[in-house]
Design a protein around this ligand. Structure first.
Ligand SMILES: NC(=O)c1ccc[n+]([C@@H]2O[C@H](COP(=O)([O-])OP(=O)(O)OC[C@H]3O[C@@H](n4cnc5c(N)ncnc54)[C@H](OP(=O)(O)O)[C@@H]3O)[C@@H](O)[C@H]2O)c1
Length: 262
């Protein structure tokens, strides 16, 4: 069955999802996007796009991919566009609670994807307590096109999800930047430094994904007594690496709670 999806906000995330869905025969995708340059990029991909919601065709599902801060000014426009209909409303906006989405449609699902959606390697976590099986299946199908999918039943858990996988790619990029800077300071060229760092993260991540061993066991396999890795890990411990990571994720979860007003 072909599902019609209207994506509202064709930025980094909305654009990645639109391109992925457009490349499968199961969905027909339209995008509402305020920015002209971004609209032109959709036209290049053959994806129909509109400046305003009132210009766009009706859809089975509406995917909200605008910034959380932009949402408050948008609810009345959506309500008047949807009228008495109750379509599937999917929100990827960080921190906007289901209660706020229910003001638009009772059939609402919150999803926290992440930026690797751009290469169909997202981790998307869905939450829609008391959702019927058919709606669950459509929502899951959408996000399977951009990567892996998991569900949480308690909406409160989305704050932690946001802090770990939603914002997580940025922590990994920050780690990469630090490793690349360290490599160039030790005399490696920027090109070689980038290649070493990206392939090391890719290889370690794939190994952790495919291995039955825990990350702690894999770490121990690289760490010989009195060796180079042990010296590095000791410096990380002295620099309170674990506490910094924990503080960063708690700050992200707190910001998610602040945005949701809880
Ligand atoms: N980026 C991530 O890694 C990530 C991960 C998980 C979840 N999210 C969530 O995904 C959402 C989008 O994030 P993003 O990084 O993709 O943001 P973004 O790149 O800024 O994209 C949002 C787009 O929506 C457009 N827009 C805003 N209001 C509009 C309206 N009323 N009608 C039509 N278009 C409108 C914006 O245009 P203007 O720039 O002209 O306003 C912009 O092009 C956010 O709610 C965020 O919480 C993001």
């Amino acid at each position: 069955m072909n599902h019609s999806i209207l994506i509202i906000g064709g930025g980094n995330m909305g654009g990645a999802i639109a391109r992925a869905l457009h490349s499968t025969p199961d969905f027909s995708v339209n995008v509402v996007e305020a920015d002209e340059a971004r609209r032109n990029a959709f036209s290049v991909h053959g994806i129909p796009n509109f400046t305003r919601l009132s210009d766009a065709p009706k859809a089975d599902a509406y995917l909200l991919a605008i910034k959380p801060q932009q949402f408050a000014n948008y609810t009345s426009e959506m309500k008047s566009a949807l009228g008495d209909t109750t379509p599937l409303v999917i929100s990827i906006m960080a921190g906007i609670p289901l209660a706020a989405l229910h003001a638009i449609s009772p059939r609402a699902v919150r999803v926290m994807p992440n930026l690797p959606a751009m290469i169909h390697e997202s981790m998307s976590v869905l939450c829609a307590p008391a959702f019927d099986a058919a709606s669950r299946s459509v929502a899951e199908k959408i996000f399977t096109t951009i990567g892996a999918v998991a569900w949480v039943e308690a909406e409160e858990q989305l704050h932690a999800v946001t802090a770990i996988s939603g914002s997580g790619p940025a922590y990994v990029f920050a780690f990469m930047e630090a490793l690349i800077a360290a490599a160039t300071e030790q005399g490696l060229s920027p090109e070689l430094a980038r290649a070493l760092v990206t392939q090391t993260l890719r290889g370690a991540s794939l190994l952790a994904d495919q291995s039955n061993e825990s990350p702690a066991t894999l770490r121990a396999q690289v760490t010989s007594k009195g060796g180079t890795t042990e010296a590095a890990l000791l410096a990380l411990t002295e620099g309170k690496f674990d506490s910094i990571i924990k503080a960063a994720t708690l700050a992200a979860a707190k910001r998610s709670r602040d945005l949701s007003g809880s």
